[in-house]
Design a binder for this molecule. Structure first.
Ligand code: ZN
Length: 242
């Protein structure tokens, strides 16, 4: 099966639309979302509607759970907490209902999915090989997908131990052997100093992963954030991709 993996959309509608157009141009069998549909950005309802319509598999992330009122907002940065509160006030009932029906992990497919990590599907940022090695021990399937850090990454555990690296744009990896933990990067708020929206193509027949980036209308996302009265920095950071 040819999959498009998206994650950390964060209510950035222009970024999501650009990624969906790119995915449609490539042509895939299914779209899977790793969560954090809302938070930070100004278009929670339209993003949730598109994810609900388009994604065959969909997880909930920590920002989504924050909006549901099920996480202490002291664990978020001040700007992130402000965006969660704004989303609680602004989001449609359909959006909240949709998020409430999702889980932060799904181990029922050929590839396992976790919003954050196999060890802690809600909060753990997997950024280092030693940490990834412990997570890979716990993952339910040979290949797992994670989001949350907003950085396109891969970790591979074989006979020689566990190694990992940031994934370059357009890079591909043959994942037919060993145990892999793969992050597509973020659609709506990249943090690897590349402002373009990220998605991952995953071929589970040929076992090839390919990381893509898509330019989008950042001005439009920033204007929506300003119009919503959300903290300025949430818009500014989109231009630098961090
Ligand atoms: Zn996120």
């Amino acid at each position: 099966m040819l999959l498009a993996i998206i994650s950390d959309i964060h209510a950035n509608l222009p970024a999501l639309e650009a990624v969906l157009a790119d995915i449609d141009e490539r042509g895939v069998d299914e779209l899977w979302s790793l969560g954090d549909v809302v938070g930070y950005g100004a278009d929670p309802d339209e993003c949730a509607r598109l994810v609900a319509d388009r994604c065959a598999v969909s997880l909930v992330g920590n920002h989504d759970i924050g909006v549901l009122g099920e996480l202490d907002l002291n664990s978020f940065s001040p700007a992130a907490a402000a965006a969660v509160r704004w989303t609680q006030r602004s989001a449609a009932a359909e959006t909240v209902d949709y998020l409430r029906g999702l889980e932060p992990a799904d181990e029922s497919h050929e590839v396992a999915l976790y919003h954050a990590s196999p060890r802690d599907p809600v909060w753990e940022y997997v950024l280092w090989a030693e940490q990834a090695a412990e997570c890979i021990e716990l993952q339910a399937k040979r290949v797992s997908l994670i989001g949350h850090s907003h950085v396109p990454l891969f970790f591979v555990a074989g006979d020689d131990g566990t190694d990992g690296a940031q994934a370059d744009v357009g890079a591909s990896a043959e994942i037919g052997e060993d145990r892999w933990l793969i992050n597509p990067g973020s659609v709506g708020q990249p943090r690897d100093r590349d402002p373009r929206a990220a998605w991952l193509e995953l071929d589970t027949d040929a076992w090839i992963a390919r990381w893509w980036r898509v330019p989008y209308d950042i001005d439009r996302a920033v204007e929506a954030i300003a119009a919503a009265g959300l903290p300025d920095q949430l818009g500014r950071r989109l231009y630098s991709g961090q």
